[in-house]
Structure formats: C-alpha cells, structure tokens
Design a protein around this ligand. Structure first.
Ligand code: FMN
Length: 359
C-alpha cells in the first residue's frame, strides 16, 4: 500500500491516510460566524477523501481577525454552526481540525478580493491592532499597540477559551497558528519583537508566549486529542527567525505535549526572498523530524501524488498538507489513491463513478 494511504494515529485519533486539508481563510464569515460556504467548502474536501480537514485560521478574539470576514470562535454563539461542520466532516470518515489564530499586527485588513489593504483603526470596519512591539508590518501601515502584561495574559486566556469551545463544537485536532507573521510568530522573531521584558530579547523570552499558549491549550484539551503547531520555520531574512531556532522551539513544544509540527515558512517580512518552488518547505519538516523525533507535516507546492508519496517514503514528514491543489481538485485524495494503485472506498453516493481498471 502507498505510504500516502497508511493510517496515522496521534494520541487517540486515527487519520485514515496522510492527506490533510491545509487551513485556508475563506474570508466569507460575518462577525466570525460560519455559514453554508464553510460547510460546503470543508465538507467537500472531506467527501473528497482527505483524512483531516483543518478549518481556516479561526480568530480567538475579534481583534485577532485578519479581516472582518474571518471565522471566529470567541463566543459560544459561534458554536452551533461549527457543530454542523464537524458533524458533516465526521460523517464522511474524516477528522475535523481547527486552526486557532490571532493575527496580531496583520489584523484589520480587507479581504483579498476587496483589495487587501489595511483598514485603519479610525476607518469604518477597522480596529486597533496589537503586537509585541509598536512596529507595523509594512512601513506605511498604522503602528500596532504593544501588548502590556494584562494584554498578554488575555491572549493566553483567549486561546484557552477557544480550545474549550472547539472541543465542544466537535473538533478533534487543534492547530495553534504560530506562523506567517501573525501574533505568535511576531513574538518569536527578533525582527518584530523589540521588547525588553520577559517576552522579548533572548530566544527563551521570545518563545515564552507561544509556550504559555501551548500549555494553556494543552491543559484545556482532553488527553486523547492531538495538538499541532504551525510555525514559519524561517523568516528567510538575515537576523530573523531561523531553522536552528525552529528545531530548538520544536524540542520545547514536544515537552509540552505537542504532537506534530506543521512546517511552513515566511510571512513576517514583506518581500522576503523566498525560493518558491515544488516542495520548497519540505526540508524544514525533514530536519525537525530528524533532529527532534517529533512527527511533522510538510506543506507548500506539493501538487502531485507521486511527489507526496516520495516525501513520506523518504521519511521527510508524517503528513502532507495541501492547500491550493485541494481548491483545484477536492477529490485529489481519491485520484491520488488511483494513481498510486491503492484501493480506497469512495463515498457510497459516488460509488457508481469510481473508475474501474483504467481511469
Ligand atoms: C486561499 C488561501 C488561504 C490561506 N489561509 C491560511 C490560513 O488560514 N492559515 C494558514 O496557516 N495558512 C493559510 N494559507 C496557506 C496554506 O495553508 C498553505 O500553507 C500554502 O498555500 C502553501 O500550500 P499550497 O502550495 O499547497 O497552496 C492559505 C492559502 C490559501 C491559498
């Protein structure tokens, strides 16, 4: 059987294969509430055979949304529709995951198809943003407010409360979003963290907030449910967060009960020179896996079945996360099984369309 279609058990949760829907913002929510779009989008990918469907960056606080159109989980009222989504995903034999997020200084922006620009705090629909330091992401943008001690405690409490709600809503995998230049990454990177208190300066101080969030989330999560952390394994910028830092961080996360590191890169420095190409981030998943023994997920320009299979066969990662390829083809897992010669069940409703013999 192809590696891609062997199950993986993390704590008490078994994924039927190694293909994961990478979290993708849909910018289609109102006041954080999910709706039919999210149900159909996430549900389709569960129907398509992915083992784990990770819901987009879902804000733990309203000010932690990238855009006014982001999903949220900061109040109990968000839960009933989210429950519909998790119930549907589960009914397809997939596992429902959620990425818990706070956008930090990259919050209060327009959705991409509305232009993507900053919405200044004084403009309609905008709000003041927070960050480790009062330094904007792009020079022309409004400076965020540097979080004070009470603000930091609130962030940890927001992640913890969001975790309890996520479990209540039926998610069985939690991913902490500590990548792409959002709040937790902003604390990790010396390029965005200029604090002089115990949350800035040394490596130990810069990783403190993520470790506190991780401990709070882990404590709120039943022992049988796995915890993933998505990191940007490098800032791709001299003087920034590095692959060595990521290995050292992964060891700390491992001690705190994290089950898998999802290895992305970049996002904290505008115009960083990123060598984008097929599988360009896989090396980071491979290195962290090799040096810490922690399972990892590979993501980024993985677009065909054989490429994904090779990453697993070579021991570079334990899971393959796909984003854009699964937008192009929600049935990628079913097609990949056929290409790799592995028999997997199709949804009963679609059984009559299952290719027999040649495709
Ligand atoms: C429409 C879209 C929305 C995204 N939203 C998120 C997100 O909410 N959280 C996240 O960590 N990454 C997000 N990403 C990044 C993807 O999860 C993924 O890491 C990236 O697209 C590279 O994988 P790919 O080459 O398979 O698309 C998004 C990507 C796309 C295309």
């Amino acid at each position: 059987m192809a590696h891609l279609f062997t199950p993986l058990t993390l704590r008490g949760v078994t994924l039927k294969n190694r293909l994961v829907v990478s979290p993708m913002c849909m910018y289609s929510a109102q006041d954080g509430f999910a709706n039919d779009w999210h149900l159909v989008h996430l549900g389709s990918r569960a129907v398509g055979g992915a083992a784990l469907v990770i819901q987009e960056a879902t804000a733990v606080a309203p000010e932690g949304r990238i855009t006014p159109d982001d999903l949220g989980i900061w109040q109990d009222e968000h839960l009933p529709f989210l429950r519909r989504i998790t119930d549907f995903i589960k009914a397809q034999g997939a596992v429902a995951g959620i990425q818990l997020a706070h956008a930090g200084r990259k919050a209060s922006h327009q959705s991409p198809w509305k232009g993507g620009a900053e919405i200044p705090p004084t403009a309609p629909g905008g709000w003041p943003t927070v960050a480790p330091s009062a330094q904007p992401f792009a020079p022309a943008e409004t400076a965020p407010q540097a979080l004070d001690a009470a603000g930091i405690r609130r962030v940890v409490a927001n992640f913890e409360a969001a975790t309890r709600r996520a479990v209540q809503a039926g998610y069985e995998v939690i991913e902490i979003h500590a990548a792409h230049g959002y709040l937790l990454h902003e604390f990790l990177s010396p390029l965005s963290n200029e604090r002089t208190d115990e949350y800035g300066g040394s490596f130990e101080n810069r990783i403190r907030l993520l470790l506190e969030v991780t401990e709070a989330v882990r404590a709120a999560l039943p022992a049988e449910l796995p915890l993933l952390v998505r990191i940007s394994a490098t800032d791709w910028t001299e003087g920034g967060w590095s692959a060595d830092d990521s290995v050292a961080l992964a060891r700390q996360l491992q001690r705190r009960g994290v089950d898998l590191i999802d290895c992305s890169t970049g996002g904290n420095v505008p115009k960083a020179p990123i060598p984008v190409g097929p599988g360009y981030q896989v090396e980071f998943a491979a290195r962290i896996r090799q040096e810490t023994g922690l399972p990892t997920g590979a993501v980024g320009l993985i677009t065909d079945a054989q490429q994904a299979e090779t990453i697993l066969a070579d021991g570079q990662a334990d899971l393959i996360l796909l984003a854009r390829e699964l937008l192009r083809d929600p049935y990628f897992p079913l097609h990949a099984a056929q290409e790799l010669g592995t028999e997997v069940p199709w949804p009963n409703q679609y059984e009559r369309a299952k290719p027999r013999g040649s495709r």
